[in-house]
Ligand binder design. Structure first.
Ligand SMILES: [Zn+2]
Length: 279
């Protein structure tokens, strides 16, 4: 947990470039800081979690990654999070904003060019949202942004994640982590379930309606259910009328803290190795 003067850790700008002055930012670029960027969406997350869950989570992840990188001697700065992402699966729910992939790519390209203008040379991106189309769009934005700006840009994630979204592990803009945070369990838990709710609860307790958790029944989904849900739109509305997919009632703050810490360690290690290999 953070120990700074902001008790709740609420602002998504906290510890990002957005709270720095321009001379501080220029100084960071001159010291060859790498840039960290989380890309999420505003999307429904069941009756118990806020719409911006997929923005809050990568924001906290990167604050932790930044501290771990500093311990490893790697300077970094955090971009303000991207939050108008692509919602295919849960796009029909209230509160899920729907942006066309081509618009997201164009915006990403301009933002990466802005980093180049400010003399940043390396960018590491993480996703806060599981939707395959959103993540293929993130990858497309990184690729084009890198090609058009000359910034070295990478999408950091678990090997199984890239496999699921159909992107080759050997892709020049992919940086796989060495392993992943496992999600053991009989049933799938992929959206606003035990994993996501536990981590949100650990980091942003004021944003979780924990009094509702005991009343939320596990969805008990197997592979066929997931395939149907991933078709999105009406299919997702029908399969998960309450919005979540998993077992939020099983959430535990200690478990959420551990998941967050393990994830940050994996991401920081991958980035530090990449920086050491080509300083
Ligand atoms: Zn989420």
């Amino acid at each position: 947990m953070s120990t700074d003067k902001h008790s709740a850790g609420y602002s998504i700008f906290r510890e990002t470039m957005a709270d720095m002055t321009f001379p501080e930012l220029a100084d960071a670029a001159a010291r060859r800081a790498v840039v960290l960027w989380g890309l999420g969406v505003i999307e429904q997350h069941g009756p118990h979690l806020p719409l911006a869950t997929d923005v809050y989570m990568p924001s906290e992840l990167l604050r932790r990654v930044r501290r771990l990188l500093a311990e490893k001697g790697v300077n970094s700065v955090i971009m303000p999070p991207f939050y108008w992402g692509v919602n295919h699966v849960s796009g029909l729910f209230p509160g899920s904003f729907v942006v066309r992939p081509e618009i997201m790519v164009e915006l990403m390209v301009d933002l990466i060019k802005s980093l180049k203008k400010d003399s940043f040379a390396r960018l590491f991106c993480v996703s806060g949202h599981g939707d395959a189309l959103h993540n293929r769009t993130v990858h497309a934005g990184i690729k084009r942004g890198a090609e058009e700006s000359g910034v070295q840009a990478y999408f950091v994630g678990a090997p199984s994640f890239f496999k699921r979204i159909g992107i080759e592990a050997g892709d020049p803009h992919v940086l796989p982590t060495d392993g992943e945070v496992e999600r053991p369990g009989k049933y799938f838990d992929v959206h606003a379930g035990k994993y996501e709710t536990s981590s949100m609860w650990a980091v942003y307790p004021g944003l979780v309606k924990d009094e509702l958790l005991p009343g939320l029944k596990s969805t008990d989904f197997v592979l066929d259910d997931i395939a149907e849900w991933r078709k999105g739109g009406e299919h997702a509305l029908r399969k998960t009328p309450q919005g979540y997919l998993g077992d939020p009632a099983a959430s535990d703050r200690g478990f959420g803290e551990q998941v967050m810490a393990d994830h940050a360690a994996l991401v920081a290690a991958a980035i530090a190795d990449k920086v050491r290999a080509a300083p």
